[in-house]
Design a protein around this ligand. Structure first.
Ligand code: FCB
Length: 441
């Protein structure tokens, strides 16, 4: 079997997001987010669950950092909760919100772990949603103000920033399909949210450059780059229609290629673009983050939206029902390299949900170990092929609140007992530790 070989400066990390792990949703002046409200709506989240306690990282971060230390990972990607900092989204700042993140950042740095901070991982302050949320242009400006406050409070210690996590999910799952907060169902709201999320990224990037702090800024995208289900030209065309909506609505403007006009025209969508927006959004960033879990196959289907649909695949699936396609990651890395013009790439999320078997002090998760081994082998292949892949963040450091799936899906390499909040490293934790140390096969 190929050795998992990586360059010495390859950055290793694990990842989480505020609402999924912090808990403490009513402490120290935090305001409400759209996920607090969405979780209370009957039938929206599995078993009516919510992030009120989650993995309680807000109180247990010292223990978690000890576990990260044992892993040997040089970085930790986490997100800041906007409603902790600005309980109403803008206006009056809550200094206690920053106190927590300052403690967390200091503790990480004290353990030799670099903080990589996501500014927005889906927990929009509810007060902003009441003014239109991401369909309102003003939300992008509020985000830039919030981002600036974060640079001021933490920028001397945080050198790596991710503006927005998976804007596709915020726009299309949150405003288009209604399966994520805030739960709207309108394609035109989704498209307008997409533009404002892109704009928010551009404004936050410009605000960072204006600070002169000199660190690096990027975005984390969940691109969808399906393969055609068959060799028929119709399926190849179906792929392009899906890629337009699911990837080029973001990579297009971000890398100066503009919005995918064919998609917008076909759907009769007009984006709320104002003069100067496209230049702001296309300003050069320092890296692109990719969240990769699976690769669908696309098939031409005149009865489906966009005339295309995902075809069933013969690959085995994770607990989420997502086909396991490691080679799809290599295809996506090549696609992203072309589309972005070759800027540094990071895998900002990759991992899998499976059922674990807890046996005393051990937690067995061979499915996750196999998934990670295969995807890491592809990462090593990508580096050797010369693709600009500079690091890898495993999703997730610890089991957490998996959005609409509640606690029914576990992605962690550290097991969390959601009753006692006790942590236990899984077999995949030890496997990842060995990969980082360079001793895994
Ligand atoms: C991604 C999200 C992340 C997590 C994983 C499984 O879409 O960014 O928060 O839920 O999926």
């Amino acid at each position: 079997m190929a050795r998992l070989v990586f360059p010495p400066d390859f950055l290793w990390g694990s990842a989480t997001a505020a609402y999924q792990v912090e808990g403490a949703t009513r402490e120290d002046g935090r305001g409400e987010s759209i996920w607090d409200v969405f979780s209370r709506r009957p039938g929206r989240v599995h078993a009516g669950e919510n992030g009120d306690i989650a993995a309680d990282q807000y109180h247990r971060y010292p223990e978690d950092i000890e576990l990260m230390r044992g892993l040997g990972a040089g970085a930790y990607r986490f997100s800041l909760a906007w409603p902790r900092v600005y309980p109403e989204g803008r206006g009056k700042l809550n200094p206690k919100g920053f106190d927590y993140y300052q403690r967390l950042v200091d503790a990480l740095l004290g353990s030799g772990i670099k903080p990589v901070v996501t500014l927005y991982h889906w927990d929009l302050p509810q007060a902003l949603e009441e003014k239109g949320g991401w369909t309102a242009r003003d939300t992008a400006y509020a985000f830039a103000d919030y981002a600036s406050a974060c640079y001021t409070a933490l920028g001397d210690r945080v050198r790596d920033w991710i503006t927005i996590n998976e804007p596709w999910c915020s726009a299309y799952l949150g405003y288009g399909r209604g399966v994520h907060a805030p739960g709207h169902r309108s394609e035109s709201m989704a498209a307008s949210a997409a533009h404002h999320l892109n704009l928010a990224h551009g404004l936050a990037l410009a605000a960072y450059r204006a600070t002169g702090q000199g660190g690096s800024v990027g975005i984390a995208l969940n691109l969808s780059t399906p393969r055609p289900a068959t060799a028929k030209p119709e399926d190849a065309a179906a792929v392009e229609r899906l890629v337009d909506r699911d990837s080029r609505m973001f990579t297009g403007p971000l890398f100066g290629h503009g919005y995918p006009e064919a998609y917008l025209k076909k759907e009769g969508l007009a984006l709320p673009v104002e003069p100067g927006d496209m230049e702001l959004i296309a300003a050069p960033m320092d890296f692109l983050g990719l969240n990769y879990y699976s690769e669908p196959a696309a098939v031409d289907d005149p009865s489906a939206p966009l005339g295309a649909t995902h075809a069933p695949s013969g690959y085995p699936e994770t607990g989420m029902g997502w086909p396991i396609v490691p080679q799809g990651l290599l295809r996506q890395l090549r696609w992203a390299t072309r589309e972005s013009g070759g800027i540094p790439l990071y895998i900002t999320e990759n991992g899998a949900a499976f059922e674990d078997r807890v046996q005393g002090e051990r937690v067995h998760d061979e499915g996750r170990v196999a998934y990670l081994r295969d995807h890491l082998a592809v990462c090593s292949e990508a580096v050797h092929e010369g693709l600009p892949l500079k690091g890898y963040f495993l999703w997730s450091f610890i089991d957490n609140f998996e959005w609409a799936w509640g606690y029914s899906q576990r992605f962690g390499i550290v097991h969390c007992d959601f009753t006692t909040l006790e942590r236990k490293p899984k077999d995949s934790y030890y496997f990842y530790r060995d990969v980082i140390a360079g001793t895994a096969e």
